[in-house]
Design a protein around this ligand. Structure first.
Ligand SMILES: Nc1nc2c(c(=O)[nH]1)N[C@@H](CN(C=O)c1ccc(C(=O)N[C@@H](CCC(=O)O)C(=O)O)cc1)CN2
Length: 284
């Protein structure tokens, strides 16, 4: 079997056209979706992701502000900036680009963002709603993966899903979303024994390990859907995933590439959440 490629870039472009129309319609009702992105320091990858977010807002007509703070900013100062954005009536969504410098407590920062403006879906109130299966902002990467699966009508119910990686922003919420859709979910991580054996039982295999080519075709069941969340820069400067694409693609039914797979969907789902926040606030 050779897999069909799940092209996140193409799907993102299509969704952005639809969102542009939705934003135009909202503006007719005097609702102007507005996102504030806060970037601390000058990590090149973070800067590039933030630029991608600004560009995507521009394409869809969403207003965006970028607040750039120096690496040396204190936690207190950052919390004050967030508080100001929480109180700014025109702002619907707030996002603090991660990771943050070591002297800043990431959880404290996430807690400080109003749950109503938490378009990353990282606030414990929103995570709690996700656990309960209540309507909320879904974390953008898992939301993007789900949207890719749905775009191909890939069945989730009753399927065995294996998630390799247990981060708060990808692995944990991904498992919850699949569980909510009646998949049988197994989480694996760095201490998991017999990883290959467990992974090769998956109908849906999500790999978010942060290690170049950690998973190859021998981890993939014939006909499985393989989702690669990894973004690793190789010595030659090119990007590659956590999955060794060539061997995995020979076994899978669907597979995401890196680049142009999950990454672009992360940004597109942020726009979806910002529009949702704008609609929610307008109902008040
Ligand atoms: N506050 C947040 N911080 C971070 C998140 C997040 O969802 N919220 N996720 C990641 C980074 N990220 C978005 O912020 C992100 C990662 C990758 C891509 C992407 O489009 N990747 C491209 C390749 C880009 C390149 O050339 O470097 C691809 O895969 O095709 C977008 C967004 C951590 N931080």
């Amino acid at each position: 079997m050779t897999a069909e490629i799940l092209n996140g870039k193409e799907l993102s472009d299509q969704l952005k056209i639809e969102m542009k129309q939705e934003v135009e319609a909202l503006k007719q009702e005097d609702i102007h979706p507005h996102l504030t992105v806060i970037l601390v320091g000058d990590n090149p990858a973070s800067k590039s992701y933030v630029r991608g977010k600004e560009k995507a807002c521009e394409i869809t007509g969403i207003a965006s502000d970028l607040i750039e703070l120096p690496e040396s900013v204190s936690e207190q100062e950052l919390l004050l900036v967030i508080e100001r954005q929480n109180n700014a009536k025109e702002v619907h969504g707030i996002l603090v680009q991660l990771p943050l410098p070591d002297h800043i407590d990431e959880q404290k920062v996430i807690h400080a963002i109003s749950p109503l403006k938490d378009v990353d879906g990282f606030h414990p109130i929103n995570i709690g709603k996700l656990v309960n299966g209540e309507e909320t902002f879904l974390p953008c990467t898992p939301f993007g993966i789900l949207t890719m699966l749905e775009s191909k009508n890939i069945e989730i119910e009753g399927k065995r899903a294996v998630i390799i990686g247990r981060s708060n922003i990808v692995g944990k919420p991904m498992g919850l979303l699949l569980l909510e859709r009646n998949a049988t979910v197994t989480y694996c991580h760095s201490r998991t024994k017999n990883l290959r054996e467990i992974a090769s039982e998956a109908d849906i295999l999500v790999v978010a390990m942060g290690r170049e080519h950690a998973v190859d075709g021998s981890y993939v069941k014939e006909g499985a859907v393989v989702i690669d969340v990894g973004i690793n820069r190789m010595d030659n400067g090119k990007l590659t995933g956590d999955v060794e694409f060539e061997s995995a693609k020979e076994k899978a039914s669907y597979i995401t590439p890196v680049p142009r797979g999950v990454g672009p969907m992360t940004i597109t789902m942020l726009l979806k959440n910002t529009i949702k926040a704008a609609k929610g606030l307008s109902e008040k």
